[in-house]
Design a protein around this ligand. Sequence first.
Ligand SMILES: [Zn+2]
Length: 313
Amino acid sequence: MVDFARGAPTKGSLDVTWNHGTPGRRGNGEPKIQVHYYDEHTVILRQSKSVNYEAPFLYLLFGNDRALLLDTGATADPERFPLREKVDRLVSIWLAKHPREGYELVVAHTHGHGDHVAADGQFAGRADTTVVAKDVDAVRLFFGFGDGWPERSVSFDLGGRVLEVLGSPGHHRAAITVYDPRTGFLLTGDTVIPGRLYAFDYPQFLASLDRMVDFAESRPVTHVLGCHIEMTRTPGRDYPLGCTYQPDEPPLQLSVQQLTQIRDAARSVAGQQGRHVFDDFLIFNEPSLGDQLKLALHGLAARVTRRSGRAAG
Ligand SMILES: [Zn+2]
């Protein structure tokens, strides 16, 4: 049995250059899924921008009894985005080193937006596997929040690796934040990212940020890790929505200090609807219908472009 508590939080590596797309439309130079081992038991994956411009990050955490896959990316088609195959391989590599019977996989989500749940179907019928549905009732029930949602945090045991799960609605009704004591990771979904923070329910968004800051002040948090990179390294400048080549990305990881800055910034624009630009992030306080339409159109446009690209290639 692996002793996940010993020496926690343990140091791992974020010495990685994330694949950030390729110029032009082809995008054949990148693997569809990038895999980075933070440590032997902790894997960060990124979907390629050549498959979907959202290029979300996914997290795979191994415990003694089960692994947790947090999010399934933006593409359902296993040919274009072979997530199941990749995860199966990563699980077999881990099990080869740590053999055991009946090892489980839990597939859950930071939140239910389409670019985080698309490949759920690839895990249907997989042995010893639970796929948690994306709606808030399923999330509350599975993690055992009961009436404590979203104020209370609950624990979720992977087998000697006991995660803490916080309800963090605001960007999405069913959004959660996951703390892993082993690595000190605070996995924040799309609520906190180096990018565009879309707060669809502003009071809930603010309350969630407050809880996250309070939580981070009482635990050793090493890295605050979200699911996208959308900023450039130029303060206040984000890559345009739908961008498939981001050569100048800042790191994925944020510090607790930056988390606190985001909370403070969010407080400062409470009651002011619209787009607010800060150095390391943008806040959309209850995005306007125009902004929401742009988001929707972009998802569609990107998909259409990629499909015709594939047919041509
Ligand atoms: Zn989202």
